[in-house]
Write a protein that binds this ligand. Structure first.
Ligand SMILES: Cc1cc2nc3c(=O)[nH]c(=O)nc-3n(C[C@H](O)[C@H](O)[C@H](O)COP(=O)(O)OP(=O)(O)OC[C@H]3O[C@@H](n4cnc5c(N)ncnc54)[C@H](O)[C@@H]3O)c2cc1C
Length: 658
């Protein structure tokens, strides 16, 4: 085939998929930011735009409302250029001398995620309402991973989480984290009792989509039994389900053997030794070498760990997979008690739990919004966990001179240092970059609640051992794509509310399950517009966990929106086409929540050494440095909201007692 014929074929397929359709995503070109007013938002551009700082700042403009922005979100274009210049050593040449703002604060918090907002909250609680606090964040919205996606489709507001899904944790919330929720008016068990997920999809089940490239034939198979972590499937039998798939007869037999396992594959081995062995082999190796399953079963299971770990079964310990209820271990007599050799997440699964979880329609963005409402009362109306859901926040209130707490967005901190000797200095200086200029402020103390791997670049004075420890964890890259549809008739017709697509660009697609709450009401009838959540993790099987994370990070930053859009449309057409879905007609909006620096890195027995008590990289990394302290969920090496809050609390206590 000639290049010309190839090109024509691609163009014709693009038309079928609706790539030409104008949907609510075109506020940028292919991942390259178009700033407000149409200027390119890449911050430095060799200093050409340096003198043109617009006033007022973008966040002060009346139409500034990032939750409704679509296209490439999460780490959106323009959010990370400064940090990358800092990393690459090119920032200071471009930036020139910072402008002295003359601003003085009691506290500067770097990072407006859950940890930074909580730190500001705890500090103000201690120091009183007049405490002057500045929160800096490089994104155009606050909340860090806890971001709100707000769509307006067919006259209806539809909400979902762009990142952090829900209040949940492997371990009970601490007194401080629980206390913070209580003070905000959030009572997870009571909310859970009152508002559970969207019941409209109750009659629908789950399916698997087998793609031709991975499985040799293209097929949607509905009514999946059993299911996997976090999923409930139908109660049908595995053999009957598998017979409808394109999997080989041997793979089918082996999957039945795994799912309905009765064998003790390590008969006679003491319990602790079994667990020790399982913690040092991947689930993939367990299936191939211990269960002795045919390699054809691997593509079926490979991505089952993506949502929780961001990597496949080649890099997750088999013991973790046992703890999170993966199949194959049922005959091995393993007691569900806390054991060595589990990751933080999996250890929680075998530790007795209380009911303490809740999913707001926009995920934990509601908690971030409540924290901001508490810190800057003029920013949002209302005072309850219910009324925050539909509230429209006024971003122009976030950074006002007459407010004791100020939240400055689109502002990347580039330097945090003491004014004088760190051992005795009473003042610190923080420099940040915003809209092509660097600015300097002073503060009595600084909490760095930003991603920990950035800190060595911000604080060149830190001891070498601490810098090395800060660099250790490599955050987990992942993408939560949200697609707004005209309706969910195709899902209804096919009898599915979620489809696992192990071989495809996005490995799952699920109707958004957010609850009806307060004034907010999600989709009710199949004719209503709806949101679909898709998951993509750009991991690279075959490498160590940290190397997979690094590779995924570069992959995400190198992938433009157009590639995402084409893959999304193609996937919808193939998976739901038999239900009458037409991507050119039915897709109304696309938001790609891209998180190259997603979950905090959790230590993994397959890839990390076992450190002595108090000597893990995060223990060393979070040491106080004079009047600069370190928070963020990275400081706990645990990707959970309560951990982020706890680290914010600790960092503030360290500052107050220094
Ligand atoms: C997709 C996804 C889903 C998740 N789901 C859940 C869940 O369901 N439940 C749960 O408990 N946890 C979940 N998590 C984990 C989540 O990371 C934590 O719960 C928590 O929100 C982390 O808060 P944080 O403040 O520690 O970090 P972040 O949310 O990452 O906030 C740190 C902020 O600092 C900013 N920053 C970095 N460098 C600078 C700089 N130099 N200057 C200024 N700002 C800077 C960052 O851009 C970011 O906005 C999820 C995470 C992701 C990515």
């Amino acid at each position: 085939m000639t290049d010309l014929a190839d090109g024509n074929r691609v163009r014709s397929r693009d038309r079928e998929l609706g790539m030409h359709r104008h949907i609510t995503r075109r506020d940028f070109l292919n991942g390259i930011a178009m700033g407000v007013g149409g200027t390119l938002a890449s911050p430095w551009l060799g200093g050409l735009l340096a003198a043109q700082t617009p006033t007022p700042a973008a966040q002060d403009r009346p139409d500034y409302y990032p939750p409704t922005r679509t296209g490439m979100r999460g780490s959106h274009p323009g959010a990370f250029d400064v940090a990358h210049d800092l990393r690459d050593g090119t920032f200071w040449d471009k930036a020139g001398k910072p402008v002295e703002t003359g601003e003085e604060y009691d506290l500067v918090v770097v990072g407006g995620g859950m940890s930074g907002l909580a730190a500001a909250y705890f500090y103000r609680k201690h120091a009183g309402a007049s405490a002057r606090i500045l929160i800096l964040d490089n994104h155009d919205d606050f909340g860090g991973h806890a971001k709100r996606n707000e769509f307006h489709l067919g006259g209806r507001m539809l909400l979902t989480n762009g990142g952090t899904v829900s209040i949940e944790s492997p371990f009970p919330y601490s007194k401080e984290a629980r206390g913070l929720l209580t003070e905000l008016g959030v009572d997870p068990p009571a909310l859970q009792k009152k508002y559970s997920g969207n019941g409209a999809f109750g009659g629908l089940g789950f399916g698997y989509f087998f793609d031709k490239d991975t499985f040799g034939a293209e097929r949607l198979v509905t009514n999946a039994p059993g299911g996997f972590y976090g999923r409930q499937g139908s109660s049908g039998k595995w053999a009957e389900f598998l017979a409808r798939t394109p999997l080989s007869a041997q793979a089918q037999q082996d999957i039945v053997r795994i799912e309905e396992a009765k064998t003790d594959y390590m008969e006679g081995v003491p319990q602790e030794q079994k667990k020790a062995r399982l913690s040092k082999m991947s689930y993939k190796d367990f299936l191939l070498n211990v269960v002795k399953a045919h390699p054809d079963v691997i593509p079926f299971y490979q991505t089952h760990t993506h949502g929780l770990y961001g990597i496949g079964i080649d890099a997750v310990p088999a013991l973790d997979c046992w703890a999170i209820y993966f199949p194959g271990f049922q005959g091995m007599g393993l007691d569900r008690v806390p054991s060595k050799g589990l990751t933080f997440t999996a250890l929680g699964e075998v530790t007795p739990q209380e009911e303490f979880h809740f999913h707001f329609p926009d995920g934990n963005a509601s908690i971030a919004r409540m924290l901001v409402r508490s810190l800057v009362p003029a920013s949002a109306p209302g005072k309850t966990a219910e009324d925050i859901v539909a509230a429209k926040m006024d971003y122009s209130q976030l950074d006002r001179t007459d407010s004791s707490v100020r939240i400055r967005l689109n502002s990347t901190a580039v330097l945090a240092r003491h004014v004088g000797d760190p051992a005795s200095a009473k003042k610190t200086e923080v420099v940040y970059a915003r809209e092509q200029k660097a600015y300097s402020v002073r503060a009595n103390g600084v909490v760095l609640a930003c991603w920990n791997m950035v800190i060595p670049f911000l604080c060149p004075d830190l001891p070498a051992e601490q810098k090395e420890a800060l660099h250790y964890g490599v955050k987990v890259p992942l993408v939560y794509t949200v697609v707004g549809l005209r309706n969910w008739a195709a899902f209804q017709k096919l009898g599915v509310r979620g489809v696992s697509c192990p071989g495809m660009y996005h490995t799952s697609m699920n109707l958004d399950q957010g609850p009806t709450m307060g004034e907010y009401k999600g989709a009710q009838s199949p004719d209503d517009p709806v949101l679909v959540h898709m998951l993509r993790t750009p991991c690279q099987p075959g490498l160590s966990a940290r190397e997979q994370q690094r590779a995924g990070h570069y992959d995400l930053l190198a992938t433009g929106f157009e590639t995402f859009e084409r893959n999304i449309r193609d996937q919808f057409a193939r998976v739901l086409g038999s239900g009458g879905f037409d991507p050119a007609r039915d897709i109304e909006a696309i938001t790609v929540n891209r998180w190259p620096h997603g979950y905090a890195y959790e230590y993994n027995p397959l890839w990390d050494p076992e450190w002595p008590e108090g000597k893990r990289p995060c223990d060393i990394a979070r040491r106080r440095f004079g009047r600069i302290t370190i928070a963020n969920s990275d400081a706990a090496a645990a990707a959970y909201t309560d951990q982020a809050i706890d680290q914010g609390y600790r960092a503030v206590q360290e500052l107050l007692s220094s």
